[in-house]
Ligand binder design. Structure first.
Ligand code: HXC
Length: 503
């Protein structure tokens, strides 16, 4: 072997060492917990052979508590670039086998480097999180590292899609970066998110709680709404993220890729003509309506188990990616409460930031009232959804299926909030409130009189508040044609430093 060959051999060996992360014993321990390693995850996430790693030889600089004797090439995170379905992404995957994936200053520098690259070239960044938070031995350096990452999360927000997968126990700083990103996905039974774990909770508050109860995938995808998606396994998580990306553009200057379909634009669905029950208090399946109008019946739902009284998610219509927002009459009659408003607002703002048109399907009896909601600030939270729709400049097509009462009518992408094309089905009731409530206030007016005057779409149609009353079976065609017309829409917001939305 000549000198050059020896040098190449040394590189090959050093790379092989780096790829082992914290060593075979810890890799086995990771597998025993039903978890993959950082590199195994990236292999599954990225197109075959597309991964190019950065900073494989970077080492931490900590000397406290004997850390100077322990060095792993690459430290506790694997970073780089690759493609998913042929589209460029930047990735970082925390390596739990190295100090529990805890964040050192050098790890934060590696993560910041890929985030900076992602913003520079305009491609999504995907973080695979599996970390015990700030590396305790590094003290303030580690906290500074988190600060650097958070600042980049904030500056990248609305510029490139940022996606977080939670693949293990994530504590402390390790949960705030995901919270600043656009979408968070958790894996059931193996991933947790909390500020501090059960032991600290017990010592501070006396509360005894398991990791699962405190911050498992079930809790965050149904109760807190911190997680947008939950997955059955790591493979399922990766499959969901790939699907999600297929609806998104690379950055805020682009539109999402078109997806060709054989589903005819003019496909009518007679079933929609009879989907709304005669009894206004009876529910029906809003998912059925969504699947009927979108391409190939495919709907990718976001926040599926959180605030089920509103449905949000992505679909394609005529090949174009759209965000769908729909009230769900089957859950709490589709009423808007605090969580539904937060969920809807966040989704609308994401779509608007990334040029994804909005289809809004309305059947809403109003806002939920009562002390619980008032004390929880339904006013401020409801205003979030109002604000989100009102500021959104993407094409907005609205179809009112049945109820559209009061404040909730205004919120759900009405004409005055710059709804572009608003349709209603003949079953629509666009009014200040339902007949029962109204006759309780208006003495001498009967329900029948009120219904005749207001519980129909024609008051709104006669005044030009909606463009047309359409046959339900024709909704797909009308909506797609509206989006085609609106494809070149240009609308500006007044110049400002930034808005002051009701947070
Ligand atoms: C240094 C850490 C570490 C940390 C884990 N390790 N967390 N090392 N700093 N924060 C090390 C462990 O010492 C261990 O090393 C290895 O990682 C695996 O950890 P285990 O505890 O054996 O694993 P497990 O039982 O699975 O428990 C995982 C865990 C637990 C739940 C994450 O390690 C844990 O509670 N860690 C501390 C979490 C925490 O409170 N972080 C907050 C930091 S403060 P060996 O060598 O024994 O294998 C913070 C503030 C930032 O992040 C604020 C910004 C806003």
């Amino acid at each position: 072997m000549n000198i050059q060959e020896e040098k190449i051999q040394a590189l090959v060996e050093r790379r092989a060492g780096a790829k082992l992360g914290g060593g075979q014993k810890r890799i086995d321990a990771q597998h025993a917990k039903n978890k993959l390693t950082a590199r195994e995850r990236l292999v599954r996430l990225l197109d075959e052979g597309s991964f190019e790693e950065f900073d494989m030889f970077v080492r931490h600089r900590c000397t406290n508590f004997g850390m100077d004797a322990v060095h792993t090439d690459g430290d506790g995170v694997v970073t780089g670039q690759g493609t998913i379905d042929g589209r460029l992404v930047f990735v970082f995957a925390q390596d739990f086998t190295v100090n529990g994936g805890s964040l050192s200053k050098t790890m934060s520098e590696k993560i910041c480097k890929v985030m900076d690259m992602a913003v520079k070239v305009g491609a999504p960044v995907i973080g695979l999180n599996d970390s015990g938070g700030a590396r305790i031995q590094e003290g303030i350096d580690s906290l500074a590292g988190y600060g650097d990452i958070f600042e980049r999360n904030i500056l990248a927000s609305g510029v490139i899609p940022q996606i977080s997968l939670i693949m293990g126990p994530c504590a402390g700083g390790a949960v705030y970066s995901p919270a600043l990103t656009d979408f968070t996905l958790m894996v059931k039974d193996t991933s947790y998110m909390f500020l501090t774990g059960p032991a600290v909770v017990k010592s501070v508050t006396g509360e005894e709680v398991t990791q699962e109860e405190l911050g498992g995938a079930g809790v965050h995808s149904s109760k807190s709404g911190v997680a947008h998606f939950s997955a059955e396994s790591e493979d399922d998580a990766i499959a969901q993220i790939k699907k999600l990306l297929s609806f998104l553009p690379q950055n805020n200057m682009e539109t999402a890729p078109l997806r060709p379909t054989n589903d005819p634009v003019g496909r009518m669905d007679d079933a929609l003509n009879s989907i709304v029950p005669d009894n206004p208090n009876k529910a029906y399946d809003m998912y059925g309506v969504i699947r009927s109008v979108v391409d190939d019946g495919e709907f990718f739902e976001v926040h599926k188990n959180f605030a089920k009284n509103i449905i949000v998610g992505f679909a394609h219509m005529g090949g174009r990616s759209v965000g769908v927002v729909a009230n769900q009459p089957g859950v709490l009659a589709g009423v808007l409460d605090i969580n539904a408003s937060r969920k809807g607002a966040r989704f609308v703002r994401f779509c608007d930031a990334f040029n994804i048109p909005l289809l809004t399907l309305v059947d809403v009896p109003g806002f939920l009232c009562g002390t619980q909601q008032e004390y929880g600030a339904i006013i401020t939270n409801g205003a979030k959804l109002l604000y989100a729709y009102g500021e959104a400049t993407v094409p907005k097509v609205t179809v009112t299926l049945r109820k559209s009462y009061g404040g909730a009518h205004i919120v759900m992408s009405c004409k005055q909030l710059r709804g572009d094309i608003n349709y209603a089905w003949p079953s629509a009731e666009i009014a200040v409130m339902g007949a029962k409530g109204a006759v309780g206030v208006l003495k001498g007016v009967t329900e029948e009189e009120y219904n005749d005057l207001f519980c129909n779409p024609y008051q709104a149609a006669e005044k030009g508040y909606i463009e047309d009353v359409i046959e339900p079976r024709n909704t797909r065609f009308r909506a797609i044609r509206a989006f085609e017309v609106l494809a070149g829409k240009r609308q500006e917001l007044p110049a400002k430093k930034h808005d002051n939305m009701p947070l």
